[in-house]
Each structure stands twice: as C-alpha cells, then as structure tokens.
Ligand binder design. Structure first.
Ligand code: UDP
Length: 329
C-alpha cells in the first residue's frame, strides 16, 4: 500500500482520521499550514507545514512519500465568514483543491477521500437529505465544497482516480484516549460552545432562534461522533482499494436533536443547569437538517458505535476540561 497524504491533518477531523489510520498501521504524511490546526494534534507519521495550493510543495510531498491516496480535510469551515469573505473560501476550499487534484492526477494518485458537508443541501424539503436530494447550498461555504465535489466527479471521469466524497453532518466529541479534540478557541459549534460554557470560558449559551417550525421551536441537527466519522473514512479507503466506483455519501446517524434537547443533555451530563439566553435566529440556519444515512452503511459496511448523544457530550466535555489544564499548541 502507498502512503496516505492527509491534508488538514492538524485539524479537528483530520487529526482523528490520521490517528485511526496510524493505529491500524497505515503510512501517513500530514500536510497542514497550521492556520487553524495544531502541531500537537499530529500524533503519527511525517509532518509537512504548507499549503494545499502550493503546487511545487504538494508535488514534492506526493513524490517523496510515494503517496497513492489523498485524504483532503484542509479547508475553512466558518459559514458566516464565508458569507462576508467568499473569496477566502473559494481560494482555500475550491482553488486549492483544484491544485491538489491536478498534482494528484499528475503523480498517479489512485484514491481521493474528500471532506464534504451537509451544507451542500441548503434547506432540503422536509429537513432530511439523501444523497439524491438536489444540492443547492445557501452559503459560499457550501458552494465552495460542492464545486470541489463537481471537480472530483469530472476528474474521475477523465482519469484513473477514484474518490469518495463524504458529506458530514454535525460533528462533535473527541478521541476517547483524550489526546486530541476540537481545539479552536473561537469555535461556533453548539456542543463545543456549551462545553466551553461549562468550563467557564463563556458565561452563557445562546440559542439562535426559538421560533422555527420544529417541535420545540429550535433547530434540529444530526450530531455524529468524530470517532464514527473518522471510522467512515477508513471504510471509504477500504472500499476504494477494493476497486469499487467513486461515491458520494452522507455521514450522519439519521436522527435529529433540537438545540434545546442538546443543551438538556449537556446540563444532565454536567449535573448542573446552564445559563441559556434565547437570541434571534442566526442567518443561514436551516430549521432541520438530518441525514438519510442508509447508503453509507450499505456501501461501506460502516457501523457506528458512538451514537449515544450523552456519550458524545461527555467526550466533548472531557476534551474541554483537558484544554483548560493544557491549552492546545
Ligand atoms: N446554535 C445555537 N447556539 C450556539 C451555536 C449553535 O443555538 O452557540 C445552533 C445553530 O443555530 C444551529 C445548531 O445550533 O441551529 C447547530 O449549529 P452549529 O453551529 O453547531 O452547526 P451547523 O448546523 O451550523 O453546522
């Protein structure tokens, strides 16, 4: 087997996938510019600091390490920022992916696993999205990823490269071994924010919108444990290695929790109430976004093991407490 290039391997999801790959004996090299990632999150393999848009560097890394598989996580991910600074997103998430793909094809890379997002669906009718639901993003972040999916499909049609595009729903939780987790101090994601509140980094949690047409008026999402998400990448790799065709798959559990339900879980896990403030809706939030999650199980044989929402919260909280003692570097 060739080496696996993990771009963005110093980031939240990339570092969990890299860890699982190394734990099962894969050879990996991480490429990360450390703009939002942390060197300390790279636990295994070689590390190269640099940009996926640096064609000369990427070509050298692919050649020197004998890379036959690319797992591409490096990206900007803050939806509101993508609205105010779209070109930042189209450069890093789309143009740099184009460069990475060009270098990959030139180097004979055979497999490409791509971090995509449920944001490609925009506001799906009924709030559930299957892979056949039309993709119609409602923000530049979603478009920047969908354009990369399109490039992948076109490149795969014109070259031997095959890919798996994985559309992530709401990722949370951390490494059960306590070594890595979501370390971004300015994170905006609900479970992370609630855990930061519990450890004293924030004095309250805001609920963005309580007047949605959902059972309790708050938005509903499909929260997936990062360990299960990472495992899906290893399944995707095995799938591609066994010669199966390119595929696009949702990564979620197929069940939703409202913001209030999540915050109730957080309070229960912590054993104390949270300070909650009800605020206006946040721009660009679909009321309900839940995966139709059958296809990934059928195609990849993926079997999630961490669906319990309380367990997801416990794991995120444990990491937040660890960050308090030892900030990420
Ligand atoms: N949310 C919230 N308060 C927060 C962060 C998020 O009420 O501090 C809500 C947000 O409006 C959305 C849901 O929680 O309805 C999930 O948001 P998150 O940013 O975690 O993920 P997204 O679904 O935007 O990818």
């Amino acid at each position: 087997m060739g080496t696996i290039l993990v771009t963005g391997g110093a980031g939240y999801i990339g570092s969990h996938v890299a860890r699982q790959l190394a734990e099962r004996g894969e050879r990996i090299v991480t490429l990360d510019n450390l703009s939002t990632g942390f060197r300390s999150a790279v636990l295994h393999g070689d590390f190269v600091q640099g940009d996926t848009g640096d064609a000369a560097l990427v070509a050298r890394v692919l050649a020197e390490h004998g890379v036959d598989t690319v797992m591409h996580f490096a990206a900007h991910i803050v939806v509101p920022e993508s609205v105010t600074n779209p070109l930042k997103y189209y450069r890093n998430n789309t143009a740099n992916t184009r460069t990475l793909l060009e270098c990959s094809v030139a180097a004979g890379v055979r497999h490409f696993v791509f971090s995509s997002t449920a944001a490609v669906y925009g506001i799906p009718a009924g709030g559930a999205a299957s892979e056949d639901t039309p993709a119609l993003p409602i923000n530049p972040y979603g478009w920047s990823k969908l354009m990369s999916e399109r490039m992948l499909a076109d490149v795969a049609a014109a070259s031997p490269l095959r890919y798996a595009a994985l559309r992530y729903f709401n990722v949370a939780g951390a490494d059960p071994g306590g070594r890595i987790g979501q370390s971004t101090p300015e994170a905006t994601h609900l479970i992370k924010v609630a855990c930061q509140h519990l450890t004293g980094r924030r004095d309250r949690v805001e609920i963005f919108g309580t007047d949605y047409e959902t059972p309790d008026g708050t938005c509903v999402r499909d929260y997936i444990h990062v360990e299960d998400l990472a495992a899906a990448h290893l399944c995707a790799l095995d799938y591609l290695r066994s010669g199966e065709p390119s595929t696009t798959l949702n990564c979620g559990y197929g069940r939703g929790f409202s913001v209030r339900e999540v915050l109730d879980q957080v309070a229960r896990v912590a054993g104390r109430p949270l300070t909650i403030v009800e605020s206006p809706r946040r721009a660009g939030d679909p009321p309900r976004l839940v995966a139709s999650a059958e296809r990934i199980r059928e195609r990849l044989g993926w079997q999630p093991r961490h669906q319990d929402i309380a367990g997801i919260v416990r794991s995120a909280l444990a990491w937040e407490q660890r960050l308090l003692r030892q900030p990420a570097a």
